[in-house]
Each structure stands twice: as C-alpha cells, then as structure tokens.
Write a protein that binds this ligand. Structure first.
Ligand SMILES: *[C@@H]1O[C@H](CO)[C@@H](O)[C@H](O)[C@H]1NC(C)=O
Ligand SMILES: *[C@@H]1O[C@H](CO)[C@@H](O)[C@H](O)[C@H]1NC(C)=O
Ligand SMILES: *[C@@H]1O[C@H](CO)[C@@H](O)[C@H](O)[C@H]1NC(C)=O
Ligand SMILES: *[C@@H]1O[C@H](CO)[C@@H](O)[C@H](O)[C@H]1NC(C)=O
Length: 427
C-alpha cells in the first residue's frame, strides 16, 4: 500500500532527478492508490478553494507541498515569468469535475492546474464509516463518504420460520414484515441470503435446545462476534429446530438442531451446537447444553463428525449430526461399533435432517429418542448419548467460530436463530 509518506519520498527522489518529473505513479498490486494519480491542465488555474499559498521552486515542489498537506486535493502552480524555476503554489481543498474544465478553471498563461485524484479518494475511504463508500461528489467538487443505504443500524434475523420437527422450512412467508422480506430463498430448508453491502457485521449464531420431558432439554450454545462480509457473498443458513418429546409414558426427547452459517462453497463460517435431549424415566438426566468448543459431549463426535451412543442396554437412540459426519446408533450395548440408523441426525453436508423416531430430533442434525433414551444435539460435531438404564442423557453438539467470534456466556432455550447486525455508525 502506498501511503502519503511514500509519495512524498518518491516526489523527493523526483526532485533530486532520480525519477522522471512526471506525477503519474503506477499503482502497486492490491493498492487502491495511484493509478495515474493526477489530471493536469496546462495554462489554467483554479482561483477558489485555496487552503494556502506558498513559494516553491517548480511544480514538483508544489506537489510535495500539496501531498504533505492533509486536506490538499489539487494545486495550481504559476511560474513567475522572468524565471521559470520559481513560482507561486496554491493548495486547494476541492477539485474540479474532470470534463468540466471551463467555467471553473480560469485561463492563465504560466499556470498549471493538477488534481490528485485517487490519492484523495483513498484518504477519504480510510475515514468512511462502516459500509459507507468514498466517491467523488461532483456538485461539491470533492471526495466524500456516502452511505450505501441504510446509513443507520439494521438487523437481519433468521429464524426457523415457524417450522418444527426434523426438516426445515418450506416457505419464507414469515419474513414478510421483516428486513429479510424477499431476500431469502430456500433449498431443502436451508436459507440462502446474499450479503447486501460490504461492511463489518456482528454475527450471533444460536443452536436449538433439546426437547423437554419431565427433565429439561440441554440449551443451545451461542457464539457471536464481528465478521467482515463482502457484498454479493451468498450465505447458506441452517437454523436449528428444537427436539421433540416422544409420545407415551417415560419417553425421552430428541436433541436440538445445530445452527450453521456456511459460504456457498461449503466453507463453514460459524456453527452453534444444539442441546442434547433428556431421558424419559424418573432417574433420567437433563440433556447437556450445546458445547462452545468444537467437540460434542457425552460420547459426542469430534472434528465435525457425528455423535455416538454408548449403552448398558440395547437402544436405538441416535447421536447428533455434525458438520460433515452423521449421528450414529449403537450396535449392541457397546459403543465401539457404531451403526447407521434413522434416529441419527444427518450432517450439514448431508442436508441436516434431524433423526426420526419416538421423540424427533430437530432440523440441524438433532438425534431422535428411542423409548426412555434421548437423542444427541446437532452441531459442528454431534452430541452423543449415554443410553443407560438408570441415568440416560443426551449430549450437546459442538460449536465452531474463528477470528473475532467468541462463545457467549448466554444459552438459548428455544429454536435456533442467527442475527446479522449492521451498524452504520461504526468506523
Ligand atoms: C405483516 O403486517 C401486516 C400489517 O401490519 C399484518 O396484517 C400481517 O399479519 C403481518 N404478517 C406477518 C406474517 O407478521
Ligand atoms: C456477544 O454477545 C454478548 C451478549 O449480547 C456481548 O456482551 C458481547 O460483547 C458479544 N461478543 C462479541 C465478541 O461481540
Ligand atoms: C469459500 O468462500 C469464502 C467466501 O467467499 C472464501 O473466503 C473462502 O476462501 C472460500 N474457500 C475455499 C476453500 O474456496
Ligand atoms: C476434540 O477431541 C479430539 C479427539 O479426542 C481431541 O484431539 C481434541 O483436542 C478435542 N478438541 C477440543 C477442543 O477439546
């Protein structure tokens, strides 16, 4: 990145004759600076918007003076007729509109007008607030920060759209009175949304809680923090749904779904674990909360895989699905040979359906319950299940975040959600 100091340094070299005395710099790769940095009108002067005037020996020194002055965008250098090496340098705080030279510039022999175009644009964009863009304001002849609407704060709130059970929403009608009206499309229950403007956003991702029996489902984990998102980026959001209680006496409940925010290339941005289901009979345990670390709890999955079931009694309870691996059931009373089953929640990459059984797992990979045994929560890694005769318990799914995001110390006792907050007043 070329900064003002470098420009002044380069100009000094030019003065010393090490560079051609042209003020046209080649822009460096990835730099927003200097791509043919000036436009120039010989035999013209700007007689307004003068910050100050100085005597300089030549045009290049006049350029140095302008670039060293914070608000200088343009200069007029007028040579004294008897000696072309000395002259008066006028530093301007506003420029001209490129194609409207006449009427603004005044014809003066011996004077040269130069405007530092991209330079000023770049210094202006450093000062613009979150989401604002620096652009040339022709009416006022200067670069200024302008809002891309909205200039104030706005919140995008993604919900389950009223859907319950192991599959996702089929209609976006619930967004009709919200900032998401018309902005979300559905693909197998996953919500697809395009980032509306480039800015720093506050992202909050909450997993769903497990279903309740006479014991409580584990609560969903919450992760939050700022993320920089670029306009046009497509996000895929799977909002976890609560696990459900089975029908009948002493039955367990399904695990809550994890909530996932994923780029369209299937790179995960953040995920929050769903809570595990509680067992169904009198000595059962509450479900475990969604975990703020990446692994699921209670024989949970690791590194994005699904949860397992460990039992002291044969059980069809399902583990929660992870980001890339499905939740499992146990083969026997052992946990060493997991098997595929309908009660296991599917991974995000396999569609994220919750497990089916008596006590359905929530969309987002929640595992289903079987008899008194609960299901595990979905998440980055799925929660597992302890299918014990006396103390059955569902584990919570794991969470995923990077960069500025952190686990919140709050938990979520309902369906999952995602908040994407934009604050136009942030610098
Ligand atoms: C949207 O707002 C209108 C007008 O206030 C109201 O009649 C309607 O029920 C609202 N719809 C939803 C889905 O909230
Ligand atoms: C996350 O949310 C909590 C509670 O709303 C808030 O206090 C905290 O500052 C947020 N964390 C980050 C990293 O923004
Ligand atoms: C996926 O897309 C995101 C956002 O556009 C990008 O930051 C990331 O590098 C991409 N990852 C891969 C593996 O292509
Ligand atoms: C997750 O589990 C794996 C395998 O046991 C372990 O290597 C890793 O350290 C665990 N991660 C965390 C964050 O505890």
């Amino acid at each position: 990145m070329v900064n003002k100091a470098t420009v002044v340094f380069l100009l000094s070299l030019a003065v010393l004759g090490h560079l051609p005395q042209s003020l046209c710099w080649k822009r460096e790769e990835n730099s927003i600076f200097f791509d043919g940095a000036v436009f120039l009108h010989r035999n013209f002067a700007l007689e307004t918007d003068i910050l100050r005037k100085v005597k300089t020996s030549g045009e290049v020194h006049c350029g140095l003076a302008c670039l060293s002055e914070k608000d200088c965008i343009a200069q007029t250098y007028c040579a004294e007729s008897w000696a072309k090496t000395k002259g008066t340098c006028y530093l301007h705080k506003n420029g001209i509109k490129d194609e409207q030279t006449t009427g603004v510039l005044v014809r003066r022999e011996e004077c040269t007008y130069q405007q530092y175009i991209n330079f000023y644009e770049a210094s202006c964009s450093r000062q613009c607030h979150n989401g604002n863009r620096c652009s040339y304001d022709y009416d006022n002849r200067r670069y200024a920060c302008r809002c891309e609407p909205p200039c104030t704060a706005i919140q995008f709130r993604f919900t389950t759209l009223g859907m319950q059970g192991n599959s996702g929403p089929t209609s976006t009608a619930g967004y009709v009175n919200t900032t998401l009206k018309g902005a979300v499309t559905l693909h197998n229950g996953i919500q697809i949304w395009t980032v509306p403007f480039t800015a720093l956003y506050e992202l909050t991702v909450a997993g769903a809680s497990g279903g309740d029996t006479s014991f409580s489902g584990g609560k969903g984990a919450i992760v939050n923090g700022s993320v920089h998102l670029t306009k046009g980026t497509e996000l895929h959001l799977l909002i976890g749904q609560k696990g459900l209680k089975g029908t009948g006496q002493n039955v367990g409940a399904g695990g809550g779904g994890g909530t996932f925010v994923v780029f369209s290339n299937n790179t995960l941005l953040a995920a929050a674990g769903g809570g595990g289901g509680p067992g169904g009979q009198i000595t059962a345990k509450n479900g475990d909360n969604g975990q703020t670390s990446r692994n699921g709890s209670v024989y949970g999955g690791v590194n994005g895989l699904g949860g397992s079931v460990c039992a002291d009694e044969v059980s069809n309870a399902g583990g929660g699905g992870g980001f890339k691996g499905d939740g499992k059931c146990s083969t026997s009373i052992m946990c060493t040979f997991p098997r595929k089953c309908n009660q296991g929640g599917l991974s995000y990459l396999n569609g994220g359906l919750g497990g089916s059984g008596n006590g359905i797992g929530g969309f987002g990979g929640g595992g289903a319950a079987d008899k008194k045994f609960p299901g595990g929560g979905g998440g980055y890694s799925g929660g597992g299940v302890y299918a014990s005769s006396y103390t059955p318990k569902g584990g919570g799914g794991g969470s995923y975040y990077t960069g500025e995001m952190k686990p919140s110390n709050e938990v979520n006792a309902a369906d999952g959600y995602v908040l994407i907050d934009f604050d136009g007043s942030l610098l």
